[in-house]
Design a binder for this molecule. Sequence first.
Ligand code: APR
Length: 233
Amino acid sequence: MESANIVILTGAGISAESGLATFRGDDGLWEGHRVEDVATPEAYRRDPALVHQFYDARRARLAEVEPNPAHLALARLEAAWSGEFLLVTQNVDNLHERAGSRQLIHMHGQNTQGWCLACDDRFPWDGPMGEGACCPLCRTQGRVRPDIVWFGEMPYKMDAIEDALRNCDLFVSIGTSGAVYPAAGFVQTARYCGARTLEINLEPSLGSYLFSESWTGKASVEVPKWVKEILGG
Ligand code: APR
């Protein structure tokens, strides 16, 4: 296994123990909001102030949280791994990079980046954005939005992700409910192309039956355990 190619997919569950809320809680709401009120281009057009308020609060929260043992274990694995390694996250937080991960794709964007709809550039963004934000590159005001892939928009770097999935020997999904496509379909691509597949989640996800192996438990416990095992103790 030592030189095998690995693709790892993470979701909100890996950041839960750092103190960031997941999306699909028991009440079906996301921090008190319906997803369609804060995570669609239509919502942004209808009520940009609400959408900015929501993402500004989540961005501010990042200063209060730290990567947990699961993020750190994945960075450790990447540093030690001799085969190809790709970490694909659906999360828009910055905990993977803060833990030291480098081969990382944020397929749903990043809340620590702005995207100017006037000049189409993207740039790091710290602090509140709000409706009147000014683009640091073209200086246009009021056209900067969080660089986040909302429902109905195309996830980033799908070509690179598909290539990696087709070439991997092991696909591991961590802390995701398997409710949102295309990420929920990655296990099928990897499996079809011959990879071993492992799910690590607090509870069986919607697509659990598609994995060759499932570990049930907290990411902060199970992921370091798995990394230790794969690195040979
Ligand atoms: N350890 C492991 N898994 C956990 C933990 C934990 N400590 N806490 C929660 N989980 C699991 C939950 O059981 C659930 O299956 O993580 C999963 C989180 O699922 P969601 O909240 O649906 O998050 P995610 O799968 O990342 O959502 C996908 O939906 O709204 C969109 O774009 C958004 O990227 C997001 C996408």
